[in-house]
Write a protein that binds this ligand. Structure first.
Ligand code: 5AD
Ligand code: SF4
Length: 477
């Protein structure tokens, strides 16, 4: 592989640096004259992996492509540009993405003008980009999470100058306002409130792929929420890797509780937020969730482990006791609250006893939902360099045991809904059955239900007939 002089490759050393330099705030979006209308009569397809931050980034890329004259397509067949927005959180995502790029090779053979671009968190990883460059010639554009606003110029260079473009900044990052956006839904919207993360949990790649914590100003966020209300959106989710650390980097005395309260006052019917870190979960925040009917009684509170020594080695900044205390407080003060969590099993050198401590905590908390993962070593993170004599089979068995246990409690919680009437915000038809509608309760429970004359975006009262492990069944009343 020959490195081109103008290629900018990822550099983890640079990506982990944190300085006190003020964050640049850029609110103009300029399309170079040459790139204007490069998308006329052309189509694009975006494939998105990973978390809601990526979903929201894809909406920005779609917005930019629309501005260039491209039209969005729902399938990759016969399009002119394919963008693959990738996730780096665990290794298995890499395999899926490489599989998809492999599949697109056929489309490239049929149309050598096809631009296949890879972006998102995996492009910020050193080994991945080199592998792509060496083995996947059909990929002619690779850019990072800090380079999205340059899409017009990069596309122009690929499409009209025949270049292979690689542009990945490894830096703390800026805050861009006023980038175009093409929202993929018209009922629910994502609202970024902050970017990046400074927590540096030892297993996590996010602080390297997404830069330092940068909060948007409250003014800009509230303006966006107002606009969404005006456009008729029914639900917004405030997004950030650490939403409740919001404002700590602004030095303006504003925190997440204040922001949440101001958003609630605007009067959008449903407000959610994700993800909150137990370390930054304030009493004020609990009060705001309890006080406002339009702040949903649902909290995603990642636990990661129920063992103090593992939590310490993960760099999580709380103990099992302080987590339990917070959990209890949230349950006591927010009526009908549902709480979900994330758990990692098989962190380097996790003993049977340490794993049992996680099981015990899960038995005490009885979460409504959980996302459980086997530890995946991310190159460049401290945990990846830790001694890990525990074999994969043991880790898989632990995951299966943990899943069996939390599933039992989730089923128990959902069974308690039987006979109750809940309000559902309708998404549309259920994925499995076109005669059944689906949507979510305020507590973020998926409900599949029957009824008549129902439309996406409606609020419908539904009587729950059956509670299952991952969803509820019901009938509109
Ligand atoms: N291995 C396994 N799971 C991870 N997560 C983050 N990094 C890793 C990793 N290296 C999980 C955490 C986090 C969720 C989004 O993904 O549980 O909360
Ligand atoms: Fe990763 Fe920890 Fe930041 Fe969450 S808080 S994004 S787990 S480093």
């Amino acid at each position: 592989m020959k490195l081109q002089p103008d290629w900018l490759l990822p550099d983890l050393e640079k990506a982990r640096k944190r300085t006190q330099t003020p964050v640049a705030r850029i609110d103009s979006f300029v399309i170079p004259e040459s790139a204007k209308w490069i998308g006329r009569s052309k189509k694009y397809y975006i494939s998105t992996y990973g978390c809601q931050a990526n979903e929201r980034d894809s909406e920005t890329m779609a917005g930019i492509l629309d501005t260039l004259g491209f039209e969005k397509a729902d399938s990759p067949e016969s399009v002119d540009v394919i963008l693959i927005n990738t996730c780096a959180i665990r290794q298995n995502a890499t395999e899926k993405v490489l599989g998809e790029i492999g599949n697109f090779k056929r489309l490239y053979r049929e149309n050598e003008d096809l631009v296949i671009g890879v972006c998102g968190c995996m492009s910020q990883e050193e080994g991945f980009v080199e592998n792509l460059l060496a083995k996947y010639p059909q990929v002619r554009l690779i850019f990072g999470t800090h380079n999205i606003q340059d899409l017009p110029r990069m596309l122009y260079e690929v499409m009209h100058e025949g270049k292979r473009v690689v542009q990945i900044y490894s830096k703390e990052g800026e805050v861009y306002e006023n980038l175009p956006v093409h929202r993929f839904g018209n009922t629910k919207a994502w609202v970024n409130i902050m970017y990046g993360c400074d927590k540096f949990c030892t297993y996590c790649i996010v602080p390297y792929t997404r830069g330092k914590q940068r909060s948007r100003t409250m003014e800009n966020i509230l303006e966006e929420v107002q606009e969404l209300k005006h456009q008729g959106f029914k639900e917004i989710t405030l997004l950030g890797q650490n939403v409740n650390a919001y404002g700590k980097d602004l030095d303006e005395g504003i925190n997440f509780a204040t922001l949440l309260e101001e958003c609630a006052k605007i009067g959008i019917p449903r407000i959610r937020f994700t993800t909150s870190h137990p370390w930054d979960f304030s009493d004020d925040m609990i009060d705001v969730i309890a006080k406002y009917d339009n702040v949903m009684p649902f909290v995603h509170l990642p636990l990661q482990s129920g063992d103090d020594e593992i939590l310490r080695r993960m760099g999580r900044r709380y103990t099992r006791e302080s987590y339990m205390e917070l959990f209890q407080k949230i349950q006591d003060r927010i009526p009908h609250v549902a709480i979900s969590t994330d758990i990692i099993v098989g962190f380097p050198n996790e003993s049977d006893e340490q794993f049992e401590n996680t099981i015990k905590l899960v038995e005490e908390c009885k979460f409504d939902n959980a996302f459980t993962f086997i530890f995946s070593a991310r190159p460049g993170t401290p945990a990846a360099a830790m001694n890990d004599p525990i074999d994969q089979e043991t880790k898989s068995k632990r995951l299966a045991r943990l899943n069996k246990i939390w599933n039992q409690y989730a089923l128990e919680k959902n069974k308690a809904y039987e006979g109750r009437i809940v309000e559902v915000l309708v998404d549309g038809f259920s994925k499995k059955d076109k005669h059944v509608y689906s949507g979510y309760t305020d507590t973020n429970k998926l409900v599949n239900f029957t009824g008549e004359n129902i439309h996406p975006g409606d609020f419908v009262k539904v009587k729950i007939t059956k509670g299952k492990t991952f969803s509820l069944d019901g009938q509109a009343i």
